[in-house]
Design a protein around this ligand. Structure first.
Ligand SMILES: NC(=O)c1ccc[n+]([C@@H]2O[C@H](COP(=O)([O-])OP(=O)(O)OC[C@H]3O[C@@H](n4cnc5c(N)ncnc54)[C@H](O)[C@@H]3O)[C@@H](O)[C@H]2O)c1
Length: 258
């Protein structure tokens, strides 16, 4: 798929990896519609990307009506939809058994799964239903691509990540059946499982901690950049033969238990 003038919804596009993907897609000539709860950061992102290249809808990915309204906003502004990137996510660590012996409250576990897994499916399903009605783009009858964001925690989850790892493993698990189902509409489904990236969370850590995290990566010995993440998003959108795949983007790191 040629990305020039294609339309992309990026959830979580106001920050970190989502913002990096917005930048790379806009460089390739796409227009992006950011879905995010953080209005101020999203407005700044639209300004930086250029209002002619980007728009914003205040969307809570866990809310059905909010996602429907966001997709309507995107279609009202741009008229089409070809790329969806599910980047909104949270991941506060919490162990199964707290220091005081109390179990992890189910509510906390549910919140992470709700945003990361159910939120991704909520956007994916509603966007796919719209994309399925669009005009095919090429001789392969391509209508576009949906990219979900998992994490290496889906495969090597650490102590303190039961909810986060479960939510990301759910994203990996749903990918193939959905890719198989959406094949008839020419919609591809791919997944990125990032390792350790330099996003606002990492930037708020002390320098020595960031350096230690970087040193734990096999090669290159540093955190990944949102630009490197964005380049994989671009490739997943451009390459029509890449479908139903999960790609780890992680400098070969395999996370230890803690
Ligand atoms: N940064 C990393 O090293 C890393 C590693 C592996 C996976 N990931 C995954 O990549 C994704 C992005 O991570 P990041 O580090 O860029 O995070 P980030 O916190 O910088 O950005 C996440 C964005 O999602 C938005 N968001 C949160 N909840 C939302 C909701 N309910 N509805 C709409 N928007 C919401 C936030 O406002 C924020 O702008 C997450 O899914 C994360 O799990 C990140």
């Amino acid at each position: 798929m040629d990305i020039q003038n294609k339309i992309a919804i990026i959830t979580g596009g106001a920050s970190g990896l989502g913002l990096g993907a917005c930048e790379e897609l806009v460089i390739k000539g796409a227009k992006v519609c950011i879905f995010d709860l953080n209005e101020e950061a999203a407005q700044q992102a639209v300004e930086a990307l250029g209002p002619e290249n980007a728009t914003y809808a205040k969307v809570n990915v866990t809310d059905e009506a909010s996602v429907e309204a966001g997709i309507e906003h995107c279609l009202n502004v741009y008229g089409e939809l070809h790329i969806v990137l599910n980047c909104a996510g949270i991941g506060p660590p919490e162990k199964v058994i707290h220091r005081d012996g109390a179990p992890l409250p189910l509510e906390n576990f549910k919140k992470i799964v709700d945003i990361n897994l159910f939120g991704s499916f909520n956007v994916l399903s509603k966007a796919a239903a719209k994309m399925a009605t669009m005009k095919p783009l090429n001789e392969d009858n391509s209508r576009g691509v949906i990219i979900n964001v998992a994490s290496v925690a889906a495969f090597d989850g650490q102590i303190g990540q039961p909810a986060y790892a479960a939510s990301k493993a759910g994203i990996v698990g749903m990918a193939l059946p959905i890719a198989r189902e959406l094949a008839r509409y020419g919609i591809r489904v791919n997944t990125i499982a990032p390792g350790l990236f330099k996003t606002p969370l990492a930037m708020s850590l002390p320098d020595n901690v960031v350096e230690a995290l970087g040193n734990s990566v096999d090669y290159p010995k540093r955190l990944g950049s949102p630009t490197e993440f964005g380049k994989l998003v671009v490739h997943m959108a451009e390459n029509d033969y890449l479908n139903g795949e999960v790609i780890r983007l992680d400098g070969a790191i395999r996370m230890a238990a803690k």
